[in-house]
Write a protein that binds this ligand. Structure first.
Ligand code: CP
Length: 360
């Protein structure tokens, strides 16, 4: 007997109706007292919030440079506990959230799979999350199902113990906190050339199944005169929902499979991996698509200020010889995840003013 039984599927009255609503109609449901409470979609972030969060992240980064600053940060939230529920593999998102919690003094519990929890006995995911809420003050979840974080936040917000849910990646759908760190990285890269406004950004690779490029595309609504270049094999083109969103907001985008033609034009190149874990059949999954790789020889084609990004993990998309070029931002990008996630947690618990006051 292996002891594992089929997971219980519970029916929640009203969930399907809520899930099918337009995103704009749902946003207030994930707020409390006019502030973000749950972080589920990138569309929740507006420009003032983005600028504010980047500022908090800058301050945390500066404070963390000294022992005294680190101690100040650690005393902000020692009375709070967080649960990291990651039932889909992760290195960066898990570790950056975990260390963001440590920076702010939170205690952390973790579950990195369903095999050791009572889900093995058939407990539903919703009851599992509700159980976490009995013990902790914040839940950070990564799950293979699109809509998982949204549903659990929807369930918890109707209980007498709602705790914030932060979406650490929901299937091929959204990765909103990755989009936060991507924007923070872009803003830092362009801080001496006017910031992200007016820039041209290429997104390259599996745009159909990559949740990072989807969430980042949504965030472009907050920036002026940004244009996007979607560079992908035909079978991995950006989905229509994102293109419809961009059209509605007059954000220009161009689609091509000719990567080299785009390289000299853009201010940032955002590389992505072919997402084989979401394979649905028609593509040749053995193909690494080398024409969509960034190679050392391309460093001479791109602009002197062009920043090269990747959410990581990478496979063959960027040659390791590119890593030491000053324009390669992906290692700093993953570290930025820790700063911006610490900023987000500080904001969620309303202690960010104590960080900002250190510099006033
Ligand atoms: N970028 C990102 O989400 O990486 P992990 O899957 O390692 O968390």
């Amino acid at each position: 007997m292996n002891g594992s039984v089929e997971q219980t599927r519970q029916t929640y009255q009203g969930w399907d109706e809520f899930y099918n609503k337009d995103i704009d109609e749902k946003l207030d449901f994930f707020k409390l007292n006019g502030r973000l409470f749950d972080v589920i979609f990138a569309q929740q972030f507006d420009r003032p919030f983005m600028d504010y969060l980047c500022k908090i992240a800058d301050m945390i980064r500066l404070l963390a440079q000294t022992k005294m600053g680190q101690e100040k940060l650690r005393h902000l939230l020692p009375h709070k506990r967080a649960m990291l529920y990651f039932v889909q593999p992760s290195t960066r998102t898990f570790l950056s959230f975990q260390n963001a919690c440590y920076i702010l003094g939170l205690s952390v519990s973790e579950s990195r799979g369903t095999s050791t929890s009572s889900e093995v006995k058939g407990e539903s995911s919703e009851d599992t999350i509700r159980t976490f809420a009995s013990y902790v003050d914040l839940i950070i979840a990564r799950h293979p199902e699109a809509g998982f974080a949204e549903k659990t936040a929807w369930v918890l917000n109707q209980t007498d113990r709602p705790v914030p849910i932060l979406n650490g990646g929901s299937g091929p759908d959204q990765h909103p906190t990755q989009a936060l760190l991507d924007i923070y990285t872009l803003e830092r890269s362009f801080q001496h050339i006017g910031g992200l406004d007016g820039k041209k950004i290429a997104m390259v690779g599996d745009l159909k199944r990559g949740r990072t490029v989807r969430s980042l595309s949504y965030l472009m609504k907050n920036y002026n005169d940004v244009s996007l270049y979607f560079v992908s094999p035909d079978i991995f083109r950006m989905k229509d929902d994102i293109k419809k969103f961009l059209k509605k907001r007059d954000i220009p985008y161009y689609e091509t499979d000719d990567f080299e033609s785009v390289m000299p034009l853009v201010d940032a190149i955002y590389m992505t991996r072919i997402q084989k874990e979401y394979s649905d059949g028609p593509s040749n999954e053995a193909d690494t698509y080398p024409e969509f790789h960034f190679k050392k020889e391309h460093l001479s084609i791109i602009q002197p200020h062009c920043t090269i990004m990747h959410p990581l993990p990478r496979r063959y998309e960027i040659e390791v010889e590119v890593d030491n070029d000053p324009r390669a931002a992906y290692w700093q990008q993953e570290r930025n995840g820790m700063w911006i996630r610490a900023a987000l947690i500080a904001y969620i618990f309303g202690v960010e003013s104590e960080i900002l006051s250190e510099f006033s």
